[in-house]
Write a protein that binds this ligand. Structure first.
Ligand SMILES: Nc1ncnc2c1ncn2[C@@H]1O[C@H](COP(=O)(O)OP(=O)(O)O)[C@@H](O)[C@H]1O
Ligand SMILES: [Mg+2]
Length: 278
């Protein structure tokens, strides 16, 4: 009965099948804007007067030593942590500080955590299919009425993440790198406008890192996704970086091209120096 009712309610069952026009308004400026954001944990300022501007379609790398506030920054953008002060805007229309986590996600902000969380017993295809369903309880319904549109989207994403040949294999047999790509694919199913990716290449082979660099640089672009990558591996950052932001003690220490950053004495002192000495 309740299944019938949910089928009868077209909006609830089918709205995810039609890509909604993204509500984000970037006509008058950046896709993401943080101004003077501060958050304290027990009196300790993990984020301290942070300003950050990400343009539509940009690929931005965020680096910085452990404890610099990188993960906390992502927590603030996604609504997991509330800052004490500051502004956080998505386009010019959405004040993210007035929204909760699910509302922010539904605006088109996708977050990839470090550890892959794919469903190992399901096939690659089914993982992508599942990612499309806003309400996971309707999966059986979904399976029964996969539209051409959803199939096309899955094919598109499979090609993007390079797993088309493995579509019918269980996700459990994938390598660590392939699982990371699948999880990025699961985020892409929802057609996000902004992707936040935390340390994507940790534990990957050289070859997987190269493929990931291609994937992330290919995703970014105006009208497609903007991508923010937090990463420790400097070789990897060098291979994909356009604009780099260096965080230190909760605020921006330096910002610019990788070349400029790697010659900045302040950056060398707090980060690159330590990296090269390690
Ligand atoms: N929930 C929390 N409670 C207390 N301290 C926290 C919490 N989250 C982060 N911190 C502290 O805030 C600082 C920044 O942490 P984090 O954002 O994880 O840094 P990064 O990701 O750059 O390594 C660290 O000193 C960390 O110990
Ligand atoms: Mg972190």
């Amino acid at each position: 009965m309740s299944l019938l009712r949910s089928l009868a309610d077209r909006d609830r069952v089918f709205d995810f099948l039609v890509p909604a026009a993204s509500p984000v308004d970037v006509r008058h400026g950046p896709i993401l804007y943080l101004e003077d954001v501060t958050v304290s944990f027990d009196g300790f300022k993990a984020i301290d007067g942070l300003d950050l501007t990400i343009d539509d379609g940009e690929l931005r790398c965020i680096i910085g030593p452990n404890g610099a506030g990188k993960t906390t920054m992502m927590d603030i953008i996604t609504g997991k942590t509330r800052p004490d002060t500051g502004k956080v805007w998505f386009g010019s229309r959405h004040d993210l500080l007035a929204m909760n986590e699910p509302e922010i996600a539904s605006l088109g902000i996708g977050r990839k955590f470090q550890k892959p969380t794919v469903f190992e017993a399901l096939s690659v295809f089914e993982n992508l299919e599942l990612a499309m369903a806003a309400d996971k309880r309707i999966l059986p319904t979904l399976m029964a009425c996969l539209t051409g549109e959803v199939r096309d989207r899955i094919d598109e994403v499979l090609a993007t993440i390079g797993l088309a040949g493995l579509r019918h294999r269980p996700a459990g047999i994938l390598s660590h790198g392939q699982k990371q790509w699948l999880e990025i694919g699961m985020l892409l199913m929802q057609r996000p406008r902004l992707l936040l990716v935390d340390e994507p290449v940790a534990g990957m082979t050289e070859q997987e890192m190269e493929r990931t660099a291609e994937l992330l640089t290919g995703l970014a672009g105006a009208g497609k996704q903007s991508v923010v990558v937090v990463e420790h591996d400097m070789g990897f950052v060098r291979s994909i970086a356009r604009q780099v932001t260096v965080l230190h003690q909760g605020s921006v220490l330096a910002e610019g091209s990788m070349d400029r950053i790697s010659h900045d004495p302040k950056v060398i002192e707090v980060y690159l120096g330590a990296e090269e000495a390690a």
